[in-house]
Write a protein that binds this ligand. Structure first.
Ligand SMILES: [Zn+2]
Length: 277
């Protein structure tokens, strides 16, 4: 494992999160000769089935969905040149409030220490210099994303060997632009009900609270192609409708909050490995 000067590990909840959340940094750092390790925690079995069959609808077979999504994940990793894919294979817990939340074997039901111990083993094996995962709200409140944050932070505490740790985020300025493009491209996009929106935790962060802005526009095509590998999932089709150029304009800079740092690199920074090379 010493042949690699530096290693990036991204911990994600479902097949396709690696593309939307960190496709740019995975592609960019692979191109720079950095080893990239993707840990995907669940099997994505609560995703859309072939032909767009939604979970809970007749004909939705979560075993078949998981098998399809595993193939899609491998294709996405090929596009992004991910060095190592590690799947923890917990059962997808579905959206908050779904009965799948409580199913035995679901990621959400798995004790944090148990899943964290498995992740800690991977951290010891790969010795990542940088680990990236979601914030404590899982960016938008999905139980599997929240659980990914919890097991990652617990595994990092168990191993105490990772110099830099980040949570993915989005700047509020970008969320605004995102809304505009949604309305432009998403024919069936409905304005969120203001009453419901008020109860939702705010997504993203004010621009000045973001510590790390990584320009990945050069890799926008790869990020788009990685997402295209997950075209079976309804929410990705919206992005794909934008086309490469618009997608890269909107999603070309990936942003993070640095939550752990041993390097003393000044913030804001434009490189996850600032202070390490
Ligand atoms: Zn997800």
């Amino acid at each position: 494992m010493t042949d690699w000067p530096l290693t990036l590990m991204a911990v994600h909840a479902h097949p396709d999160d690696e593309a939307t959340g960190t496709g740019g940094v995975l592609a960019r750092y692979a191109a720079e000769g950095i080893r990239t390790v993707l840990v995907t925690c669940t099997d994505g079995g609560c995703g859309d089935g072939p032909g767009g069959v939604k979970p809970g609808e007749p004909g939705h077979d979560r075993v078949a969905v998981a098998a399809m999504r595993r193939q899609e994940l491998k294709a996405s990793c090929d596009v992004l040149k991910v060095s190592h894919l590690e799947m923890l294979d917990y059962a997808d817990s579905g959206m908050m409030g779904w009965p799948d939340n409580d199913a035995p074997g679901s990621f959400w039901q798995t004790p944090v220490e148990e899943a964290a111990a498995r992740l800690a083993e991977l951290i010891r094996r790969y010795q990542p210099d940088v680990v990236v995962t979601y914030d404590e709200n899982g960016f938008y409140g999905h139980p599997d994303h929240i659980q990914a944050n919890r097991i990652t932070m617990a595994a990092l505490a168990m191993t105490a060997m990772t110099p830099k740790v980040y949570w993915t985020t989005a700047p509020r300025s970008m969320m605004q632009r995102f809304g505009e493009v949604m309305r432009e491209f998403g024919a069936d996009w409905e304005e969120p009900d203001p009453a419901g929106a008020a109860e939702m935790p705010e997504i993203g962060l004010p621009d000045e609270e973001i510590t790390t802005w990584v320009d990945t526009t050069e890799f926008g095509g790869q990020k788009f192609d990685a997402l295209a590998a997950h075209a079976s999932q309804g929410e990705n089709i919206f992005f794909l409708k934008m086309g490469k150029e618009k997608f890269t304009e909107l999603m070309g800079v990936e942003t993070f909050v640095r939550v752990q740092d041993d390097t003393g690199a000044a913030v804001p920074e434009n490189d996850l490995f600032a202070g390490l090379r």
